[in-house]
Design a protein around this ligand. Structure first.
Ligand code: UGA
Length: 478
């Protein structure tokens, strides 16, 4: 908690996901924070203590920080920022179709920059394309000149927060990156470091474009790890190896580590897919290509179809007229976000092949948004309702609720107990014991709960299964 004398007056413009977490996080550290939001509906929601999207613990912390007086909200940009020492901007930068857009940030800067106090600094928090970041200091200072005001320091301070764990990531970060666009006196840097004093993490100073790539590089590497794991899982399938054993051994190599190597239907969300796509499509110069990112994207794009192929195989070769229970819609657990969720692509493919889908996700908002995006998708109000009478299930988001389901009971609800585990999240031996035909990504097919090392020759599309409630012997079907 910041001591008296260390408290910084901070404004955060744009109270979407990133902005609100930033505002409430700085308030929690004891700084004096004003959040500025132009959207009246969102502002009213915040003023009444509710948060317009789901993030664990966020609503409670917003209410307690407002009650402490450290966090307040303002509708007018001018009134919200004119006393601030640091003005953060956090507005959306994706165009909704997998591309970048910088118009929202440009409009925001036009409005915000003239009102920044002469001794304050501007800190951009959004993830922006490198080109825009390079031009940002010139852009900001041109706005200051035309407003008849002196230059202000300009920074890019990228966030590394994950949806679902955003508060923890903000409050206990592994690093803080200060990208200096323009700060000749160093005063802005000192102020920003003071704001982050409670972070108790390495604070790295670098150029703004370096900071942009420090953020992009981290996400691109995480995406690469996931696509790598998915390619390795396909090889494991082809050779009868188990990806979990393989990754378990690789993880102990300290040069590699085990995180983000879980195979399955691939990465989604508003960050990884969009940043991989934009980098894959970037043509910086004739001699700078991005073949690796193109491959990462290609592997990821193929994963939903691979899940559908497994469903078809587990159903005996046809999807038309089959009823599929889809468990999960969000791009990962602990969020209500369905942006670029692999579940939606799986649903589209299944519907186009004549299957009937009943989806359930614990997040009510995710259910209605998914229905609006995928016409023909039916949703249920519980896992049981989705599973009842289904020919097969597809686990697409590893919500705890699904991992803790009584699968023996679930087998009774279904017409035929068969499941494709799109997240490699269930225990195959346990599923077989519960009477399920089970398939996943790169998991050995000879699991019958007794001998993990029995050799079992399989072909790439072979699915592990046991006849439902049958004789207990694993049977390979293609
Ligand atoms: C990601 C980064 O992890 C954050 O550090 C970054 O700040 C954020 O983007 C951003 O740029 O703002 P997020 O999009 O919330 O965070 O989600 P992740 O936790 O990274 O998961 C992304 C996707 O990868 C999910 O669909 C998840 O299911 C999938 N995933 C993750 C796998 O398929 N396998 C894994 O082993 C791990």
């Amino acid at each position: 908690m910041a001591l008296w004398g260390e408290i910084v007056r901070i404004s955060v413009v744009g109270l979407g996901y990133v902005g609100l977490v930033t505002a409430v996080g700085f308030a929690k550290w004891g700084h004096q924070v004003t959040g500025v939001e132009a959207d009246k509906e969102r502002l009213l929601a915040l003023l009444s203590g509710s948060v317009p999207f789901f993030e664990p613990h966020l609503a409670g912390l917003v209410r307690s920080e407002c009650a402490s007086g450290r966090l307040r909200f303002a509708a007018s940009t001018r009134e919200g920022i004119n006393r601030a020492q640091l003005v953060f901007t956090a507005v959306g930068t994706d165009d909704g179709h997998g591309g970048w857009q910088t118009d929202t940030m440009s409009v925001c800067l036009e409005e915000v920059v003239p009102s920044i106090a002469d001794d304050a600094a501007l800190v951009v928090r959004s993830t922006l394309p490198p080109d825009f970041v390079r031009r940002m200091p010139t852009l900001v200072n041109a706005i200051r000149v035309s407003a008849g005001k002196p230059d202000v320091p300009v920074f890019l301070n990228p966030e590394f927060t994950r949806e679902g764990q955003a508060l923890q990531d903000f409050l206990t970060p592994e690093r803080v990156v200060i990208g200096i666009g323009d700060d000749p006196s160093g005063k802005g840097t000192t102020l920003l470091k003071r704001a982050y004093k409670s972070a108790n993490a390495p604070i790295l100073e670098m150029g703004a474009v370096d900071a942009c790539f420090a953020k992009l590089g981290a996400n691109l590497f995480l995406a690469t790890k996931i696509s790598f794991a998915n390619e390795l899982a396909a090889l494991c399938d082809a050779h009868g190896a188990d990806i979990n054993s393989v990754v378990g051994a690789m993880a102990l190599d300290s040069r590699i580590g085990g995180k983000f190597l879980r195979a399955g239907i691939g990465f989604g969300g508003s960050c990884l897919p969009h940043q991989v796509t934009m980098t894959a499509e970037e043509r910086v110069a004739a001699d700078v290509g991005t073949p690796l990112m193109q491959a990462v994207r290609r592997v990821n794009d193929e994963q939903p179809q691979r899940l559908v192929d497994r469903l078809r195989a587990i159903l005996g070769g046809t999807l038309a007229g089959k009823s599929i229970a889809m468990l999960g819609l969000t791009f990962k657990p602990e969020t209500d976000d369905v942006r670029e969720a692999p579940a939606l692509r799986v649903a589209e493919i299944l519907l186009s092949q004549g299957a009937d889908i009943v989806a359930y996700d614990p997040m009510v908002g995710a259910r209605s948004r998914a229905q609006a995006i995928v016409p023909g998708l039916r949703v249920a109000a519980s896992a049981r309702a989705a599973l009842t009478g289904a020919d097969a299930a597809a686990l697409v988001t590893e919500w705890r609720e699904f991992l803790e389901l009584d699968w023996t009971e679930a087998a009774e609800w279904m017409k035929t107990p068969a499941i494709v585990d799109g997240r490699n999240a269930l225990d195959p031996a346990e599923m077989l014991r519960c009477g399920f035909r089970y398939a996943a990504f790169g998991r050995r097919i000879d699991l019958d709960g007794t001998s993990p090392h029995r050799s079992f020759r399989i072909e790439p599309t072979t699915i592990a299964t046991k006849a439902p409630r049958g004789n207990g012997l694993p049977v390979a079907v293609t």
